[in-house]
Write a protein that binds this ligand. Structure first.
Ligand code: KG4
Length: 341
């Protein structure tokens, strides 16, 4: 059996996993999320993220081996996220992965973080077949891509400014909701109505890009108008209606471009991943598009080590591995397609 260790540390989650490439299953995985720690700051503080990865990674690896009942020397290869992401955070994973691989004298496989997300549906029991359309909607990314096969990705559209999750988080903050705000907005929206029509930027453009940064100004103006400049004057129903209006605006923008992408490509398999894919209004709208929609389990939708281990196993089979201490915080997926690690 070939056992691949995956290490993810690109942002605010330290993820480790062991993938058995013969049985094609994850045999153990662990995640240390920094969400609680970063909550007070309303976002991710890069220096704190790196320090937490450093604190967590060795205990996580020890615990992972205990869970899987295996010793480090039984691992056959190590895959890690080389980029994109936060420089210091990536360096922690890269340093641990490369040192371990060097000490154990086993192959090391650098992985593009977005490849991990795009292929994560292959970890599910009900796997989509290639090619499929992927909508990746997280706190850091919002894009639509065609996934043809391993290493063959075509980005059809992406956000020109804020990610969809970021738009949820920033507007949630304006409503005094805690970080991360997406789930909080969704909860508040449950009892609200879309009384306010917020903008859906680029909805009439022919491209498949998104723009969410204007939403912040629109929401700030709306809150100001309703409250007379004093947020504490907003009633609970105002807040619920604003939340519903935000949720509708963001999800409409996403669905509009997915629908166009499906039309353009003729694809009938759609995979939706990233933290925002947990949004039930979004799922409801996407499910009505009449294609086969796949939602990987949430633990594999958000950042995790399992998707990195899986990509490592697939690339190992092609003989794509090399020692490499560099990390690429701004690595384009298209460059990765060309150079294949
Ligand atoms: O994939 P993820 O962990 O992103 C990154 O770390 O980049 O997803 C986190 C994002 C946050 O922006 C959060 O507000 C959003 O996913 N999110 C949601 C929901 N649950 C999480 N957004 C909308 N509705 C939800 N139910």
């Amino acid at each position: 059996m070939a056992l691949i260790l995956g290490i993810e540390s690109s942002c605010d989650d330290t993820g480790v996993a062991l993938y058995d490439s013969d049985q094609q299953i994850i045999i153990a995985e662990l995640l240390a999320s920094q969400t609680q720690m970063q909550k007070d700051y309303g976002g991710v503080v890069p220096e704190l993220a790196s320090r937490d990865h450093l604190k967590m990674i060795t205990p996580l690896l020890n615990e992972l081996c205990t869970m899987a009942n295996c010793k480090l020397k039984q691992i056959d290869a190590i895959a890690y996220t080389k980029g994109p992401g936060l420089n210091g955070a990536l360096l922690v994973g890269a340093a641990v992965a490369n040192s371990l691989a060097f000490a154990l004298n086993i192959p090391i496989i650098p992985i593009h973080h977005l490849e991990g997300h795009l292929l994560s549906p292959l970890l599910a029991e009900a796997k989509p077949s290639f090619p499929f359309l992927a909508l990746l909607v997280s706190g850091g990314n919002t894009l639509i891509a065609v996934v043809e096969a391993l290493g063959k990705y075509q980005i059809l559209g992406e956000t020109l400014d804020d990610a969809a999750g970021e738009a949820f988080d920033k507007t949630a903050r304006m409503l005094g909701l805690p970080y991360p705000g997406g789930a909080e907005i969704a909860k508040l929206a449950l009892n609200g109505s879309e009384i306010y029509r917020l903008p859906r930027p680029l909805s009439n453009s022919n491209d498949l890009n998104f723009s969410f940064s204007g939403l912040k100004t629109a929401v700030a103006t709306l809150i100001n108008r309703l409250s007379g400049g004093d947020d504490s004057q907003l009633s609970q129903s105002d807040r619920q209606n604003i939340a519903k209006s935000i949720e509708e605006a963001i999800t409409d923008s996403l669905v509009n471009k997915v629908e166009k992408a499906l039309e353009q490509t003729g694809l009938t398999n759609l995979v939706v991943s990233g933290g925002v894919s947990a949004n039930l209004t979004l799922r409801d709208k996407l499910d009505k598009l009449g294609v086969n929609t796949f939602y990987p389990p949430l633990k594999h939708c958000t950042d995790n080590g399992a998707m990195i281990a899986l990509c490592g196993a697939l690339r190992l089979k092609l003989g794509q591995f090399s020692y490499n201490f560099t990390v690429l915080p701004r690595w384009q997926l298209m460059e990765y397609n060309q150079c294949n690690t």
